[in-house]
Ligand binder design. Sequence first.
Ligand code: NAD
Ligand code: TYD
Length: 354
Amino acid sequence: MATQTLLITGGAGFIGSHVVRLFVKKYPDYQIVNLDKLTYAGNLENLTDVEDAPNYTFVRGDITDAAFLTELFGQYQFTGVIHLAAESHVDRSITHPLEFVMTNVVGTVNLLNAAKAAWAGQMEGKRFYHVSTDEVYGSLHNPEDFFLETTSYDPQSPYSASKASSDHFVRAYHNTYKLPMVISNCSNNYGPNQFPEKLLPLMIRNIINNKPLPVYGKGENVRDWLYVVDHARAIDIVYHKGQNGDTYNIGGFNEWRNIDIVHLLCKVMDEKLVRLPGESAQLITYVTDRAGHDLRYAIDANKIMHELGWEPSLQFEEGMNLTIDWYLANKDWLDGVTSGSYLSYYEQQYGQQA
Ligand code: NAD
Ligand code: TYD
């Protein structure tokens, strides 16, 4: 008999697959149900190493379908939810904002309603964990500022507005219906299995294929990068030890300007691909800036470090090496997820041959 029946949404995506793997392996006494719609970003190949585990079940479904969720919560007596399913790319949110409202806002409220109904009168021991982003806090302009858990929300893109809205609903359900919940807001993740629409895997893929490396604007925007396995470890800790109703910021204290990170990637990949020093950097192409491009994100992760004892396990150079090596060893995965009708944002804007 499982000690917990845990619903993980978005488990076939980038971060979700690392969370599913960690929980399936670390908690053999939990029954893990991975609910995923398998959009372009979801890929069951991310989970081949755990797909036959006795404590793991995959269910294909859509969180915007409230009736389906009611049925699912009836079938499994979930004791907890870790909610990662989302539309997650800022560029797509600029071209298709309503999809972000549907999945990120309506989908989250559907899940909250399903949990609230299933747990009515028996909230004790239950937990709804909403995985969110630092982008809800907006853009930093003073170099000394960091995002704290108390920083006011100021989302600037349709993506971050949809995530901010979902965070507000989760807190509102805690306040209004006493739904037990925790939220974490994490900085930019990188690592294996990230869809090559995001900065690092897109650049790695284009370096491998000798294609232009599209740097938005002047490349001076700053992001704080965290290895995805360290985010999954943080999610484990927050799920088990976080205070009911509380919020935890997660980040790597690891800020990079985009142009610097792209140069570092080029340098490391020149070595790995046995190219002349500087060869890959010649592919760098400055392109029109993203509309409303947030200048800087930086997380103050002191609360989770001091209250819950989490800290990043990897230095950035180590994480980058692991990541690049993974993509070089998994070119089939890269080709597979981008085959068919998929076109990157850059290709949509500047043509397929890019
Ligand atoms: P991702 O795009 O790689 O994966 C999202 C997953 O959700 C996919 O498997 C997709 O199939 C699934 N999904 C999408 N719509 C769905 C629907 N309607 N019903 C069911 N499943 C659906 O995203 P990711 O980068 O792994 O991000 C996961 C979560 O973490 C998101 O909530 C995101 O906002 C948050 N987050 C991401 C980052 C980051 O750097 N990637 C940082 C902080 C927080
Ligand atoms: P991204 O990975 O899309 O994450 P986010 O926008 O959520 O931070 O982008 C990271 C940074 O890299 C962001 O400042 C935009 C920039 N960027 C480029 O310069 N070129 C690209 O092709 C992409 C995808 C992003």
